[in-house]
Design a protein around this ligand. Structure first.
Ligand SMILES: Cc1ncc(COP(=O)(O)O)c(C=O)c1O
Length: 422
């Protein structure tokens, strides 16, 4: 059995070939021919290579293009047709166009990260798992995608003054992940401009080393919210540097969204993506791109129970900020912003919360079975897939090909040994 897409100027038609009904038309969509061409150049051609039409296969002659594709490609194409423009018009901070632009802009500076699989982990999860290894990304985390998109979008005049960023903090408690800071340092170095990174004195050593390694200028603050704000403002005033926010920024969100473009190109049959959530830049980009490509794809957020503000926000229908957070996942303590919240509210299907023990267990599996060094914030997606909350949910039954974003691999070995020793 074959399926076949045909193109004329502004329509796409899908045909199915069976012995009883040769080349019956099963669907027809009209939309931007530009999107169709983009799509056909990648997924459809790939489908055609994998399922070349036989010599007996004869499609309708009046159309220009005809290729054999799998049902997954059919779903993906329908996704583009039905929802790409719909999402675009809904006023989210990013859309499939800005995400594709980001991909063009940043691809010289980032890695296309591999997708790993493990039969043992599939057996444990009772699902087909695809691990998108952003821990192998430049800088050790996905953050370079957004940071390089933001920094390479600056005009030459803006860029000349440099960029500044700081750790995120919650009231008086610092939760310092440092992956964004390292990514900003690296992207600024690639652009040849200064990066000023405000870091609290008590930040983990490996994250400070990363910033320095990539050429960021470390500017110390005290470990309080007020000190961080004051120091960052002073740097901005003195240098004219542009602030690069870790998540609440359309360029950052668009850059992070390039993960979905890659992942769905690498594994088109994915039906569910599990994404760590903190400020929500990563999940916003991943969701906007994935749902534009395939609206039926399920997006699940993975969040530590000790910093479950996103789950609480979704339940309450408004952004909730917690008085304090406590988790080993140091990258997942920020709260949603006004640009990321609408995406989480409207398009993220569910939020799975897991405790630190489950995160450590998932991290251990990544090391021992997948042979990949993942930090706690990066391993949480696997913990979510293995959780009772997911396995007892309605989504579990329909999630068969699950993409898990291993978002980062920057971890202090000392912290790692200590957590495994628990
Ligand atoms: C490794 C890692 N994963 C996930 C996240 C969450 O990203 P976001 O704040 O965009 O939700 C972070 C944020 O720092 C991180 O460092």
């Amino acid at each position: 059995m074959f399926e076949c897409f045909s193109m004329e100027s502004r329509t796409v038609e899908a045909y199915i070939y069976t012995h009883t009904h040769p080349w019956s038309r099963i669907a027809k969509w009209s939309d931007s021919v530009h999107q169709i061409r983009n799509f056909s150049a990648t997924k459809l051609n790939k489908g055609a290579r994998e399922h070349p039409p036989t010599s007996r296969a004869r499609g309708p002659r009046e159309f220009g293009a005809r290729v054999g594709v799998t049902p997954t490609h059919l779903g993906l194409l329908k996704g583009i047709m039905d929802s790409g423009n719909q999402l675009q018009s809904q006023g989210y901070a990013a859309d499939i166009t800005s995400i594709k632009e980001a991909k063009l802009r940043i691809s010289p500076y980032i890695h296309e990260t591999p997708v790993l699989t493990s039969k043992s982990l599939n057996f444990i999860a009772r699902k087909q798992l695809y691990f998108k290894c952003e821990c192998f990304q430049k800088g050790g985390a996905f953050k370079i995608r957004g940071a390089s998109n933001a920094i390479f979008s600056l005009s030459n005049d803006q860029a000349a003054k440099g960029v500044v960023t700081h750790s995120r903090s919650i009231f008086n408690i610092f939760c310092y992940s440092g992956n964004h800071a390292a990514a900003v340092s690296l992207a600024a170095k690639l652009r040849g401009i200064p990066a000023y990174i405000v870091i609290p004195e008590n930040a983990p050593r490996c994250k400070i080393e990363n910033v320095k390694r990539y050429g960021g200028q470390v500017i110390w603050s005290e470990p309080t919210f007020q000190s961080r704000e004051n120091v960052a403002k002073k740097v901005q005033q003195e240098t004219g540097a542009i602030m690069v926010h870790p998540f609440n920024d359309k360029y950052i969100i668009s850059g992070q969204g390039t993960i979905s473009l890659e992942l769905l190109e690498q594994i088109p049959e994915i039906d569910t993506i599990v994404v760590p959530i903190s400020g929500g830049g990563l999940i916003s980009g991943v969701t906007l791109a994935a749902k534009a490509i395939n609206p039926s794809i399920r997006i699940l957020a993975a969040e530590p129970r000790g910093a479950d503000d996103a789950a609480q926000s979704k339940a309450a229908g408004q952004i909730i900020r917690l008085p304090e957070t406590k988790t080993i996942a140091d990258g997942l303590c920020a709260f949603l912003g006004d640009l990321t919240w609408p995406v989480v509210r409207d398009l993220v299907d569910d939020i799975i919360t897991v405790d630190d023990e489950a995160i450590i267990g998932a991290m251990r599996m990544c090391y021992e079975i997948l042979k990949v060094a993942v930090e706690p914030s990066g391993a949480i997606g696997l913990a979510a897939v293995l959780s009772d909350q997911f396995q007892q949910s309605a989504a579990w039954k329909d999630s068969n090909n699950i993409g898990i974003i291993l978002s980062g691999g920057n971890i202090d070995l000392g912290v790692l040994w200590k957590s495994f020793g628990k």
